[in-house]
Design a binder for this molecule. Structure first.
Ligand code: KG4
Ligand code: ZN
Length: 340
């Protein structure tokens, strides 16, 4: 029997202050998330300075709660995992400083985690049988990537967004039709009441880059539709706009993922990031994978949006490879995937 590895993980890259205890990279003993959404809602988006201040206020509390809920003492922890990029620099610094302080005081090794690699690793928690290689579609508020996960912690990006991230498009369109922040879950819900074929919004085709995404044209098409309704004094059917917009995003995400899986001979397809919580996207991706004979994996809803359990999973696979960060670990707001 090999010894269990317990990781205390910390996440503070955006507007969630989170800590978790994860055993052997796949088993969540605790997953504490303090969401700041209510605070930022007032401003229609995340205010970096407010996020940093709130992280400072809540950080110790979520860590203590994570250890207590897991029934684990700090002495029993094998390593501290922390998100050090990408994200808001002030927000990241709170988690990084905290992790370094604990690492130094409790004499525990430190592992720096890439936030997006954390999102991918959420799949290892909810799917105990999932092993690389697989294709992963990462769709969050800040990123849209198609990535080949060649091994644990080994990634090759084959597709990316040329402009807005998928989540960003959801948030902007939600604001335009008056749904407020964060837009993704609200569009998800309202779409169920609308007709997804009501408005034919465009799907971007990027010459020579079949796996790349672009959502800014779609966003402009939605704004044009709203303006044209206003000029013609026609009432906007918000549910139809939401459903038709969502369908255009899903169509692009699913078709490019299927093309990449075929071209790269991937038999397993996974999805990650906040937008992976979208119920219609999950249904469409599951159906496409079934049709093409691919095995489809996705994290549970709570592990799609920002959390520390996914950071604990990613940290574990780095830890067992011997990867360690020094006390000079710094926040890297624009950290690239696969970079150290
Ligand atoms: O991964 P995440 O929590 O934070 C980042 O790393 O960016 O993703 C947040 C994004 C937001 O844009 C939010 O609107 C979107 O994920 N989102 C959704 C849903 N839930 C969250 N988008 C579509 N449908 C959802 N159900
Ligand atoms: Zn995220």
């Amino acid at each position: 029997m090999t010894k269990d590895i317990l990781i205390l993980a910390i996440e503070s890259s955006c507007d969630e202050t989170a800590a978790a205890v994860v055993r052997n990279g796949r088993e969540v003993l605790s997953n504490i998330i303090f969401s700041q959404i209510e605070l930022h809602k007032l401003y229609g988006g995340v205010v970096p300075e407010i996020a940093s201040r709130k992280h400072i206020e809540k950080m110790n509390q979520v860590i203590e709660e994570a250890l207590a809920t897991a029934g684990v003492t700090l002495e029993e922890i094998d390593a501290i995992g922390v998100t050090y990029g990408p994200g808001l620099v002030g927000a990241l610094l709170v988690g990084v400083a905290e992790a370094k302080a604990i690492s130094f005081a409790a004499k525990k090794p430190l592992v720096g985690v890439h936030h997006i690699e954390g999102h991918v690793s959420a799949n290892y928690i909810d799917n105990q049988d999932l092993k690389p290689p697989f294709l992963c579609l990462i769709v969050s508020g800040g990123h849209s990537h198609l990535v080949l996960v060649k091994d644990y912690g080994e990634y090759e990006i084959i597709g990316r967004t040329r402009d807005d991230a998928a989540g960003e498009a959801f948030d902007k369109v939600a604001r335009a039709i008056g749904l407020g922040y964060p837009g993704g879950p609200k569009i998800d819900k309202l779409s169920k009441e609308g007709n997804k074929y009501a408005i034919a919004f465009p799907r971007a085709h990027i010459e020579g880059a079949p796996y790349d995404f672009s959502f800014s044209g779609l966003k402009s098409a939605v704004l044009n539709h709203l303006n044209s309704c206003e000029m013609k004094k026609e009432e906007v059917n918000r549910a139809d706009v939401a459903a038709s917009f969502q369908e255009a995003v899903i169509d692009a995400l699913v078709s490019k993922t299927m093309l990449a899986a075929k071209d790269y001979h991937m038999k397993q397809v996974a999805i990650a990031g906040g937008v992976a919580a979208n119920s219609s996207l999950l249904e469409a991706m599951a159906e496409a994978c079934r049709k093409h004979g691919y095995k489809f994996y996705h994290p549970s809803k709570i592990l799609c949006t920002d959390n520390a359990a996914m950071i604990g999973a990613a940290a574990y696979f780095e830890y067992i490879k011997g990867v360690r960060a020094g006390l000079d670990l710094n926040a890297v707001p624009n950290l690239k995937i696969g970079e150290r």
